[in-house]
Design a protein around this ligand. Sequence first.
Ligand code: 4AD
Ligand code: MG
Length: 465
Amino acid sequence: MLEKILVRDARLAENVGKKILLQGWVRTRRDSKAGFSFIEVNDGSSQGNIQVIADAELPNYETHIKSLTAGCSLAVEGEIKESGGKGQSTEVHANTVTVYGTADPDSYPLQKKRHSFEKLREWAHLRPRTNTFGAVTRIRNCVSHSIHQFFQEQDFYYIHTPIITTSDCEGAGEMFQVTTLDLDELGKRQVDKVEYKWDFFDRPSYLTVSGQLEAEIFACGMGKVYTFGPTFRAENSNTTRHLSEFWMIEPEMAFFDLNDNMDLAEKFLKRIFTDVLEKCEEDMQFINLRVDNTIIQTLQDIVSCEFKRLPYTEAVEILQGCGKEFEFPVEWGTDLQSEHERYLTEEHFNQPVILFDYPRCIKPFYMYCNDDEKTVRAMDVLVPKVGEIIGGSQREHRIDILEKRMQEQDLDLDAYWWYRDLRKYGSVPHSGFGLGLERVIQFVTAMGNIRDVIPFPRTPGNADF
Ligand code: 4AD
Ligand code: MG
């Protein structure tokens, strides 16, 4: 049995001399006059291809090898040899080439020319075979791994919070309803009032917008926990930074105040960026060359700088005094728009910024109220180009103030009986935040559109594949 090898490893000089089996997809083929073909093969394991040399003496040379085109799949048995060619240290000399599947060049979409990312989105089933999407996917994998490693090293427990829920954590009413009721049937029968006792859970239920409330339950008993799962937002935002389904990492820590929370968020992001620079070097070089030639430098600078920390109120003053015309005017008490966030990170500070102490009137019920009665201990981490990448807060752990806030926001206290119980029995100061996985991938890969950093994007009107 021959050793099966990945293209990534076949490209390493240390493997010269090995007799191997290689399987993958043809990127290009060209024939030399000297009686052989050069086949560039990729299997997704690295940005670079391996060059396979197939001799005209091979029995299926005329019948199969000569008609190989981009997209065909094959197996190559052969030997890894030192390469005389430029830009590669090894190549594979084939003893056999077996073709698994052909790809008609008249209809296979991924021909050698470059395609726009919009076009590639229509071919989401084929785009994993492209250089950019391969790089993004490997980087996304590295970041996911890094996230787990970071929290495991810091003694956090990985917990799984529910996808189906009956509470709206963010209170923004942007939830997808989950039901087994037959809407067509209800329509046909012209039912004008739905009884939830007919429905699966006997009450309205939704896809979660955040695992925070359940993470708080575990933090208030086990110390430090994190969730990493899909979250859903039915907001009608057709922007380059919003998805209807995205992945969120939410750590939640007992005995952490807002400063501890900001320290953790900064350390966490720096760890992700460091790992990407170190472990995805080849892909980052590619991104730097093809997508944004400042990205490696930017990440290196961020890893060694201290994030700027600034109260919301001071940020508003900077924005109001900067003399720039914004589409949305800035006023104390309104949420910052992405143009404001970008001004602060890209133009004013030119580095990541953590804003904290936001107006209580624009933030959810669970955030800790400051003594000024106007602000809450919220924080957002903003980065250049992407804007908000993390949102978090210290949580309100004082039962009387929490209940007052819930009343202010017209929440049904009974529905949150368990959340209130956490404040009645052994309540502790605690904090947490949420990092949008796609936002962080978008940032490190410099991709302009968030739909190009998730395998199968869901946005208003789009749920293909
Ligand atoms: O600021 P958000 O809404 O915060 C929460 O959900 C808190 N419950 C988190 C917590 O404290 N445990 O969302 C957190 C992050 C944002 O900073 C952003 O990175 C990302 O989630 N995010 C989105 N990413 C893609 N598409 C969307 N529609 C997003 N909405 C939020
Ligand atoms: Mg937010």
